[in-house]
Design a protein around this ligand. Sequence first.
Ligand code: HEC
Ligand code: HEC
Ligand code: HEC
Ligand code: HEC
Length: 162
Amino acid sequence: MNIFKDSGHLFKFAACFVIGFLIYLGLRGFVVPKTFGQYGHYRGSALKDIAAKPIKYAGHQVCEDCHTDQATAKSAGKHVTVNCEACHGALAAHANDPTSVIPVKPDPLVLCARCHTATAAKPKDFPQVNIDEHSGGAPCTMCHTNPHSPAMGAAPAAGGAK
Ligand code: HEC
Ligand code: HEC
Ligand code: HEC
Ligand code: HEC
């Protein structure tokens, strides 16, 4: 075979590739977790690891079963679509043991501003205000007295913040 004359260096070169590939396969078998690819391009057993984490959110139905006053107020007002834990944070620990885990009441100035601070990025029809001009540092609940059903344009309540 004339074409293989003087081709020894090519075979050596090819052998290097083959050996390299075998080393790669060996290392890969060692490094890649066993359940990788079981369901898709991720470690299958990760699902079990995640499911084993403690539950942090109770879900609003659970809160509403006990706190019927707040649930009723909310269902009639503008915050009907905002669920309890969006404002109160994850409270599964409280829902499981309401008398020993007492949630702190959210600070309205911080909480309300998180959603209602005016920015150009928000949809125009979302109610938003320039916090400093609008409240001048007064707590939002001084005028919008019920955070669960924020009324528009209430006069400042006598005696200040509720
Ligand atoms: C099993 C009944 C129960 C469930 C479920 C429950 N709570 Fe409570 N919650 C209570 C009780 C009872 C208190 C009063 C505790 C105390 O003051 O001793 C309380 C207190 C609170 C307080 C503080 C009230 C205050 O005056 O400082 C907040 C806020 C609150 N709950 C929010 C929630 C939210 C949000 C959820 C849903 C994640 C929830 N709760 C689920 C029974 C429950
Ligand atoms: C828009 C934000 C927001 C949502 C949504 C919300 N809360 Fe509140 N909640 C507050 C704030 C702010 C306070 C503190 C009011 C204060 O300091 O007087 C509060 C206070 C409370 C209190 C203490 C008693 C009271 O009425 O002041 C309870 C109990 C409570 N919330 C339960 C709930 C439950 C249950 C839900 C869901 C049905 C819910 N909240 C949804 C903002 C919210
Ligand atoms: C998690 C986000 C969120 C937080 C926190 C929040 N809000 Fe809201 N707020 C909303 C949404 C959503 C609406 C309904 C918007 C709509 O109807 O288009 C709303 C509506 C309102 C409205 C009615 C505006 C109108 O044009 O009728 C007022 C007033 C208001 N919120 C005040 C408050 C106050 C005061 C607080 C703090 C106690 C607060 N919000 C906290 C999301 C939030
Ligand atoms: C001194 C009373 C007062 C305080 C304090 C106050 N508001 Fe208001 N707010 C009003 C009145 C009155 C209106 C209705 C007239 C208007 O749009 O300015 C209103 C309207 C709003 C609206 C609806 C705006 C729109 O364009 O639909 C939002 C959202 C709002 N307030 C959020 C807040 C937040 C958040 C805080 C706390 C940082 C706050 N308010 C503090 C009196 C107050």
